[in-house]
Design a protein around this ligand. Structure first.
Ligand SMILES: Cc1cc2nc3c(=O)[nH]c(=O)nc-3n(C[C@H](O)[C@H](O)[C@H](O)COP(=O)(O)OP(=O)(O)OC[C@H]3O[C@@H](n4cnc5c(N)ncnc54)[C@H](O)[C@@H]3O)c2cc1C
Ligand code: SF4
Ligand code: SF4
Length: 1012
């Protein structure tokens, strides 16, 4: 039995008083001092881990003003506030041991779009892709680009002055900021934009904080003009943070140049008015392949002469990571690698307002490269992607590359600390050669890619930060890279901002640094706003130091190696935030999207898991050994203790186990994280391990037993479906189901059983004797359909329609005997029982497959269990069960011969989220199958339907399930048209429940197209 975990770091009394004062003053947002919330916000994508005192989620500008006003009160002068957006910083930018002010949860509205004047007004928590999705209808876009565009907020972009691919043409975020609404310490809401000298004098004359900051910045800009000119480098990626070099531009004074890149150290950006650009009509990307990364880098210099919009270089390591990722299937056609290995790539982008213009630019470019192609040091081949759809697919792959760089097998993980240097582009190749020498000398492995047009290099050396000796590399390597960037007149902070690396600012700025301190002092005299970054208000306090802030590795090394390895599916989360994906039509984490609560995200759950393992280790409890012991025990051993503990839980006694449990209970076990997280964090896997141990201490709800046992009861219940279905119509029974078992809207058993349908169809049950009786021709057309409880018993018609279709198409279908698959057992953490079921089921399926006849499952989620949960448990002994479309796509020649028998038609596929993310390539298989039969099939981009097995039927989750459904599926369903097809039982069920739409399975769609 695991112990109660009560000894967590407590919130300081001052902060509790501050939070109370905040609530008393009418703060309308959320106040969360829970340990779980604090823990989840203790990390970003950096190596650091800093536990905040609490997290608050302001609802509006007034809430921000309240915070800033309270912080100005004398009794709260030592309270520290750190704004937070998406939390995707790579250098601890948003980490704080004070109060985190997360602006992203509520303040995320697009307030006004002015198409004619091409500007937009947004709240700071709007995500960059969210904004561009809204602007797309107007053929406009917000130009500054960054790899984290699907989760980074506008507030975060402004505060790091973000930029990325295309920056040579589009510049940085600052270049597109027209106006900012910033809450200053004391509570003043200041609106800053480009102003003339008269207005500057007027503002500076007042006695408010806004007056002081204008006066201070103006004086410094005037008095130190020469020094500013000398210190701020003339790079495309010019210096971020208190950018005095651009405070006077185009004849006006603009405080926004100081605010942009200030990393939350000067105020809370609440709203922004942003400049928009028209989306280029026509785009193309030339993808050049090289034998060496250094060739790609050196060649980029010449390619730039041809005037493309942007050039990005990718090395073989990054390319290899992309090839192993789900993203690859969408771009592989552009990078054929069979003939010659590709060790470097240049992605060269062109944009134009007309096809003619674009084609003539491309013709000029391809002629230029054609003259040297294949020569030493030059590209040996290229492909061209044309149009927004194709180009965006390749950029999406490139964007994922930064995240993928964080993934590597083993304990040495690529980490950011010198990951975004910038030097003059013409020096980049030489700079990289020296950079490589530093890393090679230290014996570090790394992958690289860069915005070569801007001279920016991305590199993440692989280090095991749990090992103090390896962690000790951080200081000397950073020092040497800083010196190297100085040698090349470049910057350590070329793209991702300063954060903890602000330590190098005083040395870099020299005698200008005290002026930066004056700016900080004017805005924030007591160093309350995100202290330790960019500048301190005076010399009485220090900037953070790269090796003096607590690192994650220090905590991680407290977890024993065996436990760390046993939970490897969760512990390597590096906080890159890809699971905070904004797009509702993307499957990534429905529980986060529906709740906007970060504990209900893969990162949240992984962070809590790490902390849980660490706290258990502090009690000398090894989670792996405890699970082993627990599995050997009878249910009744420890039952009285579990009852006592559960009574304590009911009395509200604190135990961190409950906080972790809450986060795990919110998970739908949809597995989207497994496919989409660049680090392949697998929440359902560690969630079930946690639940197993949690319920070694506490009593399980009856619901768990009911759901986990359903697969086993089905065959008996299905004998008399009416007897099961009838009571479910009665109110007292549904009320009892809800109160006793926590289940709602229970599905009804199929009235006509599968057994009866199969008998009518004459489909045999696959048995040894039956399989042996098949002749060679029959054998070559035979397929064994593996049953699952949901389709076979609740949707029997789908199974029989599939069998009917297969027969019509001259296949020889057989039905595997029904056996529980065990997925519900796994989901609910009955791991001992799952082990037994999986072993028995595998044995049966492997015996059936012995003659080489393919095993094929119907429901995507249940079928994919064989290649994930079964595989983890049984390795190669796990049965190979294909998805229907995977097997049918292999039969495409045979299908093509049947085309004459099929009426033409077009369909829309609504895929299951697990299928989309775990078996992404299989979506193309559906298209292959349909097109082999002469039918059109278009695949929709969709999020999760919200059902995920039984999650949607659990009373506590019904409303979240509905919200998830509304976010993506509801809008995609075309009522009344029968051409929409859904692969998942859950999805069909949910569409029926919440929208009254009956969807067919894709093979039912095909069956209906058969002539006669
Ligand atoms: C895999 C990966 C790839 C990346 N690629 C790029 C890239 O291509 N280009 C690039 O520029 N960056 C990149 N970054 C860095 C990061 O995504 C950017 O810095 C981004 O702009 C941060 O936005 P955010 O919303 O996550 O902000 P956060 O990380 O939450 O905050 C960043 C800083 O802004 C402050 N802040 C946030 N919101 C506000 C507000 N409303 N008011 C005041 N201060 C605020 C915070 O205090 C913090 O100092 C990458 C990061 C990762 C993990
Ligand atoms: S769970 Fe995956 S996607 Fe989410 S922050 Fe961790 S590593 Fe990134
Ligand atoms: S399984 Fe689904 S709901 Fe659970 S953490 Fe992963 S993506 Fe989120």
């Amino acid at each position: 039995m695991i112990p109660a975990l009560r000894e967590v770091d407590e919130v300081q009394a001052l902060y509790l008083q501050f939070l109370q004062a905040l609530a008393d003053a009418g703060f309308r947002g959320d106040i969360t001092p829970s340990y779980a919330n604090r823990m989840v916000l203790a990390t970003d994508n950096s190596i650091y881990q800093v536990l905040p005192q609490a997290v608050v989620y302001p609802r509006d500008n007034r809430d921000l003003q309240l915070l800033a006003r309270l912080a100005d009160r004398e009794d709260f002068h030592s309270v520290v506030l750190s704004p937070r957006g998406g939390g995707t910083g790579t250098n601890g930018q948003s980490l704080s041991d004070g109060l985190v002010v997360d602006i992203s949860r509520h303040m995320n509205q697009i307030l006004e779009i002015n198409v004619e004047q091409r500007w937009v007004r947004v709240q700071a928590g709007v995500v960059k892709d969210q904004l561009n999705a809204a602007l797309k209808h107007h053929d406009l876009f917000f130009a500054p680009e960054l790899s984290t565009s699907n989760r980074a907020t506008i507030g975060g972009m402004i505060n790091t002055d973000a930029s990325g691919q295309g920056s040579c043409v589009y510049g940085k975020t600052r270049d597109h900021v027209l106006e900012l609404h910033t809450v200053l310490i004391g509570g003043e809401l200041w609106q800053s934009s480009c102003i003339d000298e008269a207005r500057l004098r007027e503002i500076s004359g007042g006695d408010k904080r806004s007056a002081k900051v204008h006066k201070t910045c103006d004086e410094i800009a005037r008095q130190k003009a020469d020094l500013i000119e000398q210190k701020f480098p003339k790079l495309n990626r010019c210096l971020t943070g208190y950018d005095l070099a651009h405070i006077r531009e185009n004849g006006c004074f603009n405080l926004n140049s100081v605010l942009c890149g200030s990393e939350g150290t000067l105020g809370f950006v609440a709203e922004a008015k942003l400049n928009l650009l028209p989306i280029p009509e026509c785009v193309a990307l030339v993808n050049l392949k090289y034998d060496h990364f250094r060739d790609a880098l050196r060649d980029a210099k010449h390619l730039m002469d041809a005037g493309p919009m942007s050039i990005e270089t990718v090395d073989s390591k990054v390319l290899q990571l992309a090839m192993e990722d789900i993203v690859w299937h969408s771009v592989s056609g552009f990078f054929p690698t069979e003939d010659r290995p590709v060790k470097g790539i240049n992605l060269v982008e062109y944009a134009a307002d007309s096809e003619e213009e674009l084609e003539s630019a491309l013709a000029r470019f391809t002629t230029q490269i054609g003259e040297v192609i294949g020569q030493p040091g030059k590209s040996f081949g290229y492909s061209i992607a044309r149009g927004h759809a194709e180009v965006n697919r390749i950029w999406a792959m490139r964007k994922r590359a930064v995240g993928l760089l964080g993934n590597a097998p083993g304990e040495k993980r690529p980490i950011p600390f010198v990951e975004d240097t910038a030097v003059p582009p013409e020096q980049l190749a030489d700079f990289i050669a020296e950079f490589r020498a530093i890393l090679d000398e230290a014996g570090l492995d790394y992958g690289m890619f860069g915005h070569v047009d801007a001279g920016v290099l991305h590199v993440r050396p692989a280090i095991d930060m749990k090992d103090p000796q390896q962690a000790a590399h951080i200081r000397p390597i950073t020092d040497r890279v800083v010196a190297l960037t100085q040698k090349y007149q470049g910057l350590l902070w070329g793209e991702h901002g300063k954060g903890v690396r602000s330590e190098y600012a005083p040395e870099f700025f020299g005698e200008l640094y005290p002026e930066l301190q004056k700016i900080k002092a004017a805005f924030d005299p007591r160093n309350q706003l995100n202290p330790g970054k960019i500048a301190t208000p005076d010399d009485s306090t220090n900037l953070l130091k790269i090796d003096a802030v607590a690192i994650r590795g220090e905590y991680d090394r407290q977890i024993p190696a065996q436990v760390w390895e046993g939970y490897s599916e969760g512990v390597h989360c590096n906080g890159n935030g890809a699971c905070f994906n904004w797009n509702p039509d993307d499957a990534m984490c429905p529980s986060y999207k529906a709740t906007r609560n970060r504990i209900h995200s893969p990162k949240g759950r992984a962070s809590l898991m790490r902390e849980w393992l660490r706290l258990l280790s502090g009690h000398d409890v090894n989670a792996i050994a405890s699970a082993r012991k627990y599995r050997e025990r009878s249910f009744f051993v420890g039952l009285p203790k579990r009852i006592v503990n559960s009574l304590a839980k009911m009395r509200g006694e604190y135990d961190f186990n409950h906080e972790v449990n809450e986060a795990m209970q919110g998970c739908l076990a949809c597995k989207s994280c497994v496919g989409q997280c660049p680090i392949k964090v697998d929440v359902p896997e560690f969630r079930s391990k946690f639940l197993e141990l949690y319920y070694s201490r506490y009593l399980r709800p009856l619901r768990d037993y009911a759901v986990a046992g359903l697969e086993f009861l089905m065959p008996q219940l299905a004998k008399l479906p009416q007897l099961y279905n009838w009571p479910l119509q009665l109110k007292p029974v549904t009320a009892l189901m809800e109160s006793a078992f926590g289940m709602v809207d229970s599905p009804r058993l199929s009235q006509v059983t599968l057994k009866a349908r199969v008998r009518e169809l004459g489909v045999p049950t696959a048995s040894k004797a039956c399989l042996e009786a098949l002749g060679p021709t029959q054998c070559s057309r035979a397929v064994i359909i593996v049953q699952d409880a949901f389709t076979s018993y609740f949707d029997a018609k789908v199974v029989s329609d599939i069998l009917r279709l297969l027969k019509h198409l001259d296949f020889v279908p057989l039905l595997a005997p029904y056996r529980a698959n065990g997925k519900p057992l796994h989901v609910y953490g009955f791991l001992r029982q799952f082990q037994r079921v999986a072993q028995g089921n595998s044995e049966m399926l492997n015996n059936l497959a012995a003659r080489g006849i393919p095993l094929v499952g119907i429901d995507p989620s249940m079928t994919l269990t064989y290649r994930s949960e079964y595989k983890k448990l049984l390795g190669e002994r796990a049965p190979k069960v294909q998805l229907l479309q995977e097997w049918l796509a292999e039969q495409q020649d045979h299908l093509a011969q049947q085309r004459e028998r099929v009426r033409p038609g077009s369909f829309q596929l609504l895929p299951h989220c697990t299928e989309q993310t775990i078996a992404t390539a299989s979506l193309k298989d559906w298209q292959t199958v349909f097109s082999a039969l002469g039918l059109e099939l278009q695949t929709e981009n969709l999020g999760c339907c919200g059902m995920a097995g039984t999650y949607g039927h659990e009373a506590v989750h019904k409303e979240t399930s509905r919200v998830i459904f509304q976010q993506s599926w509801a809008a995609k369903l075309s009522h009344g048209e029968g051409n929409q097809l859904a692969t998942g039982y859950s999805c069909r069920c949910q569409a029926n429940r919440f929208a009254g739409v009956s969807l067919r399975h894709p093979l039912q769609g095909l069956l209906a197209q058969l002539k006669n």
